[in-house]
Design a protein around this ligand. Structure first.
Ligand code: PAF
Length: 285
């Protein structure tokens, strides 16, 4: 596995792969890698890509400095997992390489209106501008590629897809299924920050989604049911919503059909998200 640190070397590597006739599979990460990331490496490999993974903890997507400082770092695990899952090139750019002007703002920000302003975007102002800006830069340096993201960050994928469409970027975005722990907890780098009690409470997110995924109800009944499960477990609920999976418009009670349920909550000081498919029934009374 090659390890690179500069934009110039990374851009050159990706171009050489394409020149040699290979497709490039980009897996953007912030490190603290786990089996969810490994599934993205595996998917890229399975599609025959040369796998280029990036590890960069992007400060521009963290609203508050304490959250950024608390973000887990597991460099040895990251290296081992990337090697074991066939990553061909691991890029770990320094902050000065990605954002030389930091902490001053860059003159250019990529902002995807609409989808970025609801749910995660409403609770974490500026978060998706930070994500879109860094992902745009990762795409610009890598060049034409397939880019792999986990469905756990369902809204993030929608933001990235919209950006790719609007800017006609030469990138195919591939969303991959959520990887869950044995008890249903969606894998997340932030799980490393959970105490045993908080981890137990955190299970209510997947439990809430599972419950509404198994039943047919109208949208607000689903919202109430998910919120109740999470609150009963002691989670501070940020949102429990049912939306259109493409536009992220909230589902009305008179609508029926396939939708996405998304939840977020704070458990023991750690903010967690999860989501899953649901089928809503229109309200009849
Ligand atoms: O999902 C993540 O880990 C990050 O938001 C990403 C896509 C690597 C951008 O920093």
């Amino acid at each position: 596995m090659q390890r690179l640190h500069t934009i110039a070397a990374w851009r050159d590597y990706a171009q050489r792969q394409r020149d040699a006739g290979h497709s490039v599979g980009l897996v953007p990460t912030m490190g603290a890698l786990h089996a969810g990331h490994a599934s993205l490496f595996d998917e890229a490999k399975a599609r025959g890509d040369v796998v280029l993974a990036t590890i960069f903890v992007n400060p521009r997507q963290f609203g508050d400095i304490a959250d950024l400082r608390a973000y887990p770092h597991t460099p040895e695990v990251d290296l081992r997992l990337a090697q074991e899952h066939g990553v061909d090139c691991l890029v770990e750019p320094a902050l000065e390489e990605m954002w030389p002007e930091y902490p001053r703002p860059t003159a250019t920000t990529v902002s995807v209106r609409g989808i970025s302003e609801v749910l995660e975007g409403a609770g974490r102002p500026g978060h998706f501008d930070g994500v879109a800006s860094v992902v745009a830069k990762l795409f610009a340096v890598t060049g034409p590629c397939r880019a792999y993201f986990g469905d756990k960050d369902f809204q993030q994928i929608a933001v990235v897809r919209q950006m790719v469409a609007d800017l006609a970027l030469p990138v195919e975005v591939v969303g991959c299924p959520i990887v869950r722990d044995y008890d249903g907890l969606a894998l997340s780098s932030r799980n490393l920050l959970l105490t045993e009690t908080a981890r137990h409470q955190a299970l209510s997110l997947s439990r809430a989604l599972h419950q509404v995924g198994e039943t047919r109800r109208y949208a607000s009944a689903m919202r109430r049911a998910m919120r109740a499960v999470m609150e009963d477990a002691g989670v501070r609920v940020a949102y429990a919503d049912v939306v259109d999976p493409v536009t992220f418009m909230p589902t009305r009670d008179d609508e029926g059909g396939a939708r996405r349920a998304l939840v977020a909550g704070v458990v023991g000081g750690v903010r967690l998200i999860d989501n899953g498919p649901v089928v809503v029934e229109p309200r009849r009374d």
